[in-house]
Write a protein that binds this ligand. Sequence first.
Ligand code: KIV
Length: 280
Amino acid sequence: MERPKTAQDIRGLKGVRRQTWITAYDYVQAQLAELAEIDVILVGDSLGMTTLGYPTTLPVTVRDMMHHARIVRRGAPNTPMIVDMPFLSYTDPNQALRNAGRFIQGCGAEGVKLEGGRRILPQVEALVAEGIPVVGHLGLTPQSVHRFGGYRVQARAAEAIRELVEDAESLAEAGVIAIVLEGIPDRVAEYVTRRVPVPTIGIGAGNQTDGQVLVFHDCVGLSARLPKFAKPFADVRTVMVTGLAQYREAVLTQSFPDEAHAYHLADEEWERFLQMMQRP
Ligand code: KIV
C-alpha cells in the first residue's frame, strides 16, 4: 500500500505493512519528514520538552499546540498529521470536542491523540461520534508522570497488564484509528497488537507492534540525552555544533566571508562614486 493520506488509511495499514511515525514541531522538521516519506507526523506535546524547554509536557497549552500544528501543516501538506491534545484539554466530552475541533478545523489535522484508556472513553466516543479520528495512547503516558511517580515502564505486573489490555480493547471498540503503546515490555505490546484490530504504534515497546514512533530530536541525534529505547539514526547535534564552531572560527580569523561569498561592484562605478563624493 502507498503512503496513507487519510486517517482511515492509517487504520487500514494493520496487517498490510508496518507504519512509520515521527513527531515534528516546526516547518523544517515537517518538510524533512515528508521528504523521508514518513507515513504519519505527530505534533506531540513532547514539544514542551524538545522545543519549549519545559521539564515535562504538562505546561503545554492548546494554544501552543495550535501554533505548532499550523506550522507543521504548512511544512508537510501531504502527510497525515495527528495532533496531541495537551494536559487538561479533554477532561470531559464537551471540552474534548471543543478543543479537538480547533485542531481539525483550525489547523488541518487528520486526527487527535488522547492519553488514557477507559478513564477517557466518554471523550473518545464523543469525538468519534462527530467524525473526528482519534488515536489512543496507553502505557507510559507522560501526562500522568505525577501519578506514576516518574517516567517508569508500565504494565510490569499481571494485573496492570490485564488493565492495559482491557483499555486497548475498549479504545478499539470505541473506534480509535490506532493506539500508541509507550514504555511497556515488548511481550505485552506484542500481545496487545495481536488482540486489537487497530494498528499499534510502539515507542519503547519492542518491535512487534504494527508501527513505530520516535521523537524527531531523538531520531536524528539532536537530543542531549536519550531514553533507553531511542536510537539516533544520525548525529545532527555534532554536525550542527561543528558547523557553528567552524563559523565562529572563520569570522574571528576573517576567512569568512571570502570573495565567493560577497557582492562586488565594478571599478568604474566605484570611481564614479568616489568622484561624486569629492564634489562640493
Ligand atoms: O508527545 C509525544 O511526542 C508523544 C509520542 C512520544 C508518542 O506522545
